[in-house]
Design a protein around this ligand. Structure first.
Ligand SMILES: Nc1ncnc2c1ncn2[C@@H]1O[C@H](COP(=O)(O)OP(=O)(O)O)[C@@H](O)[C@H]1O
Ligand SMILES: [Mg+2]
Length: 355
């Protein structure tokens, strides 16, 4: 910092001095031209010229001295002014390094100014970092809360059983088993989520229509049990990615379409088709109406829409769509949720088609 200011000052003063010297040299040459050289003086120098040297040299020296002084002073002040924004940016970076993400530089000035641009980019980066960190904290808090729930339920069940000698052993085991199964589901979902976010999987050719068929086949018994018609339509739609993750993605969507459908007589359509540069998967289902303002929040981890979790129902752990979103992102695709006018949801996923 100091040294940049010093360097700028010295180069400013140096240029000023050089320009002054050139100017004086030009003046000197002109003066010589107009002062006749009549060869009669001492030591072969004409008196006129001797006089000229005596008058010109001190004046030139004074001028150069003045230029040097004002160059140094002006350069120092100017460089200080120019570098001031840099000080603010450095201070901000230091604060961030110390852990304060809430600080913003908010450098004024005209847009297009290089420092302003740097500060704006820096502020935008901080904004994203801060919201990302907040999101992670929320996630960790929610995950801990969700993981504590089954443990607390088990604890309560065990307490009751211990105090009451008549308590039915079989029922206890049954209930503990189902609570435990839920805890395992949740933990597994969390693991899938963190693995997909890490993006370390190998890419292979995958046909979405085959994944759709497979998911539908696996979940058909569940759909039939609830009186839901499940239909798979469309054409082969190829993409590149992890077959296991893409199957998981379709499975989550179809499972949601079953679980969050109408109590009776619901329908589900799974559709795949290739489009220009993209392979499209759509899962559409009937169901209760969804408030449009709620729909964008559904992909957030542990967001469960409006329905209260019914005890004993086969509801998810609230990570289904978060996992789908994470898988879509890891495959450079796009996820779109559209509430259907009559109730229910249309989920559209676009994945890049291999060239
Ligand atoms: N196909 C769907 N139809 C209607 N609502 C849905 C559908 N998929 C998801 N939702 C809503 O989005 C919420 C979040 O879904 P998800 O992340 O899979 O969590 P979970 O299914 O475990 O509740 C659900 O609770 C539900 O309200
Ligand atoms: Mg779900």
């Amino acid at each position: 910092m100091r040294s940049a200011r010093l360097k700028l000052t010295l180069s400013y003063a140096g240029f000023l001095l050089l320009a002054g010297a050139v100017l004086l040299a030009v003046v000197w040459v002109y003066l010589l031209r107009y002062v006749p050289d009549n060869d009669q003086g001492l030591l072969g120098i004409s008196p006129n010229r001797f006089l000229l040297v005596r008058v010109f040299t001190p004046a030139a020296g004074a001028a150069l001295g003045f230029l040097l002084g004002s160059g140094l002073l002006g350069g120092w002040l100017l460089a200080g002014r120019m570098l001031a924004p840099l000080t603010r940016i450095t201070d901000a970076a230091r604060l961030v390094a110390g852990g304060s993400l809430a600080h913003r530089i908010r450098l004024g000035g005209r847009p297009g100014n290089e420092f302003r641009e740097l500060a704006d980019v820096f502020d935008a980066m901080l904004e994203r970092l801060e919201s990302r960190v907040a999101e992670q904290q929320r996630f960790a808090a929610n995950a801990s809360h969700e993981l504590r729930t089954p443990l607390a339920i088990s604890q309560a069940l065990l307490d009751v059983a211990r105090k009451d000698p008549e308590y039915d052993r079989g029922e206890l085991v049954e209930r503990l088993h189902s609570v435990n199964a839920r805890a395992i589901d949740l933990t597994e979902a969390l693991l899938v989520l963190s693995r997909t976010d890490g993006r370390n999987f190998t890419r292979e050719p995958v046909d979405l229509s085959l994944a759709a068929e497979e998911a539908a086949e696996t979940l058909l018994p569940l759909a039939e049990q609830r009186g839901i018609t499940l239909e798979v339509t469309g054409e082969p739609a190829r993409t590149a990615g992890s077959a296991a993750l893409l199957l998981r993605m379709v499975t989550n969507l179809v499972q949601n379409a079953i679980v969050h459908n109408l109590p009776a007589g619901g329908t589900i359509t799974v559709h795949t088709e290739p489009r220009r540069y993209a392979s499209v998967l759509q899962v559409e289902n009937t169901g209760p109406p969804l408030p449009p303002e709620l729909v964008p929040t559904l992909v957030e981890p542990f967001q469960r829409g409006t329905e209260r979790t019914r005890v004993g129902e086969q509801t998810g752990v609230g990570l289904g769509l978060a996992i789908v979103h994470s898988i879509v992102r890891a495959h450079d695709g796009m996820l779109e949720l559209t509430p259907r006018p009559g109730g229910g949801l249309l989920v559209t996923i676009r994945l890049p088609a291999p060239r």
